[in-house]
Design a protein around this ligand. Sequence first.
Ligand SMILES: NC(=O)c1ccc[n+]([C@@H]2O[C@H](COP(=O)([O-])OP(=O)(O)OC[C@H]3O[C@@H](n4cnc5c(N)ncnc54)[C@H](OP(=O)(O)O)[C@@H]3O)[C@@H](O)[C@H]2O)c1
Length: 356
Amino acid sequence: MKNIALLGATGSIGRQALEVIEAQPELELVAAASGSRPIDGLAPLTQVGGDLTELLERAQPDLVLNAVVGFAGLPATLWALERGVTLALANKESLVAAGDLALAARERGGGLLLPVDSEHSALFQCLEGRAAAEVGSLVLTASGGPFRGHTRDELVDVGPDDALAHPTWSMGRKITVDSATLANKGLELIEAHYLFDVPYDRVDVVVHPSSIVHGVVRFRDGASLAHLGHPDMRVPISFALTYPQRAATPVPALDLAAGLVLEFEAPDLETFPLLRLAREAGEHGGTGPCVFNAANEVAVEAFLDGRLSFLGISAVVEEAIAAVDAAPARDLDDVVAADAAARHAARRAVQIGARA
Ligand SMILES: NC(=O)c1ccc[n+]([C@@H]2O[C@H](COP(=O)([O-])OP(=O)(O)OC[C@H]3O[C@@H](n4cnc5c(N)ncnc54)[C@H](OP(=O)(O)O)[C@@H]3O)[C@@H](O)[C@H]2O)c1
């Protein structure tokens, strides 16, 4: 039996995780948390909001599935890594904001960190059993989102409903907007750097509209291994929860003879500057990624509330990055301070933008 604590149980990942847990007799849900929606009776221990590490202390799970959205997931990520409790990580923002601290905690705790993001689950599987010296580079695929092929002029008037219409994945609102701006791929670039210890200049992003190839590892001998499958998060969730087994899911295998066409193109960094800004923040290191993440969270919220235009999202993030100097991320205080400063700068930028 594997005792599981599910954080973010009411969300898109959380609901799909409940389905996976329900179908696997060896997975036992011992604790569940949400941010504000009621979850009474969902698990023996439940918590709505508050300090999620209190729930984890009471539950003492074998595995934490962190499917909280945003920086709010950081304490739970650090709790699991510090104690060597297996962490199935969907909450990429915590690794982006505090990557160095998270890796140091994993080093001390000695537990497993299993990515739930489909691209990183794919890369993890392609890399398994391989020495770092054998790896040439990693490729993250991006669907391109609902605005692929658009020019900036065509994006001036798009609103939340347009951005939330994702062509291939059904996800929570924040990550769906992040997919439309390509900020999500920027966060994933930083996530890949920390998860797989590969420098940024050896992590590429390629647009692949049908989301069938989730990740590619190019090896030094000229071979590339790719991971393919239907875009369905139950597959990477199940992989992380049942690892090192590979349990059955209701997701069908690919039908290669049914006219499967795989197309790839370069991302448009002019129209979608957040991917470039994320790469720069990652290369800068320290609190740079934390500032990028916090400013993006504020900008996306403002966009969803109708207080900021779509193109304003990247403008606000760029202004916040310019306003907050990246510093070394030596401890949690540094990260929390950078997050707060970036949020403050981003809120100001939203207000100034709204008045302009
Ligand atoms: N959805 C996907 O397909 C997908 C794919 C890859 C990675 N991810 C990542 O997985 C994470 C979750 O994404 P999602 O799409 O599932 O988001 P979502 O549908 O918006 O769900 C977010 C979950 O987090 C909970 N939550 C928010 N703030 C919280 C807080 N302060 N304390 C405790 N719980 C809190 C929410 O609870 P309430 O409902 O009560 O607000 C909800 O259960 C994100 O980091 C995302 O980037 C998602």
